[in-house]
Structures are given as structure tokens and as C-alpha cells.
Design a protein. Sequence first.
Length: 300
Amino acid sequence: MGIVPTTWMPNCSMKRIIIHWTAGGHKASSNDKSHYHILIEDDGNLVRGTHSIKDNVSTADNVYAAHTALFNTGSIGVSVCCMSGAVEKPFKAGSFPMTQTQWETMAQVVAELCDFYDIEVTAKTVLGHGEVEREFPNKPQRGKWDPMVLPWDTSLSKRQVGEQFRTLVKTKLTGVSGLVETPASITAVVQGKAFREAQIFNEKSIVKIRPLLDTFNWQIVTASDQEVMELKFVDGEDAKSLGFLLIEHSNKPMDIPAGTSENEILKKIEQFGFVKIVDLAQALNLSVTWDGTTRTVTIE
């Protein structure tokens, strides 16, 4: 299951995610919440910021989360609550050092945001505040270096810390290290049943819907248009809701023309539809694990 509530992720177009530390204590203050969309406290607890992610689609109205100088438009700000009194050189972590729990949790949060907003994991789209000026020289950041030093491993350079974080995000997205750019066949095991029509595709593990319907006697009861990309299916007496992808020729997304009837949409879902493993697990209230040796993703 995801850890970021879906209500925190409004439908809008975002370009990048910039990670930070607050330079405060281990708990989110009202000032912290005014600057970031999502904050992670020392125990991994998530706190929603004052501003919606959607507020940063445009900053022309001056109502947005101001987390990165000159670079807030289209940018989601995620921050760990820590590092009050920190000194860069010689390094001192201060009274509230970043915890490994915060680092891992932030990677999970960013992975879920990348998945929801379809943001590719690169140094220009998922980056630390201390990397912004290097990647975008026209966006000076007045010497900001957060969160590019790990208190538990100060031997890493800022560039290495950034790459480590992006690798961690990719791992949480796909269950494997590294970005899978082309579809690759995997096995999906759902509630003890193995399904061969599954792939890793654009950083997402997906499984075909039709065999799921046949195996578990699920029925699709409603489906929306191509913009929302959502369906509801019946599992026993419970109605579940999850997103779907229509895939044609293995990796080519297929559009549904405007005005297509719901019956036709349902037919296309059954013929071409794939569902993301993480969405299916969330709908079933189950967890996802990955075995890289057998290339098997399991929902249990």
C-alpha cells in the first residue's frame, strides 16, 4: 500500500520533485508546513503542508509553497524535519540529525509522487535543493546544500548522495535497482495465483486485467473515460476501485476516443487493459514484494 494519501495528490501536471531538510527540529512546525507540500518527521510520520501540490502549478497568484528560490513553478517540495544547527564545513549534524527512517520514507514518498504524476527519475526531475544550482545554473540557491549530506555516511559526496537517493526511488518504484526503459516480462503472484502476462513498463510493474477477472471471478461494474482512467470491480461483496492502463502491442498506450460508450470501454479494458501492481495491492489492502532472482512480484 502507498503511504501518501490520495487526497494529498490532486490531479494536475507537475514537472519535478525537489527534496529538502527544514533546518529545524524533528517535528513539523507551522512555518515548515507553509513551505513544503509533504514533510517527514523523525519517526517517518507524514505531515501535509499548508499548500496543495496544485498551488505550485502556477505561482503567479503568490499562493504556493515557496521551497526553492526561482524554481517553485511546477515543483513539488518534500522535506525531512531535521538538521537545526547543522554546519556544512566542517560538517556538524546539529541537535536534530536526519534519521535513516526519514531518508527511506522520503524515497517512498517521492516514488509514489513520481508514479502518480508520471515524473521520470532523473537528476533534473528528482533532485535535492543542494543540486538545483548545479543542474540549473540560472537558478542560484544562495549556497543551499540540503539534504545532500547523510549524517550516518559523511564519506559520500553531494553528487553521490543525490544518485543514491534516485536509485532508492527507482528501487521503490520498480522493485529492482535501476530504471527499466523497455517492457520486460515478469511473473506476478496475486493471492497465491501466478500470472505470466505481466511486465515492468516505464518504471511500473503491471499485470493484465483479463486473467485476474477469470481467476478470481471478479466483475468490472463501472469504468470511466480515458481522462480519469479508473474502473471499479467486484471482489466478493466488496467493490474496489483502481486505475488502469490500456496497452496495445506490449508497450504502446491506446487512446479511447471521446464519446466511446461504457460498454465499449469495458470491452477494451478486458482485451487490452493492464493494472499497476501497486494500485492493485492498495485496492486489496495487501503488500508488494519483489524477488529479483526469479523476476517475480508478489501481492500478499
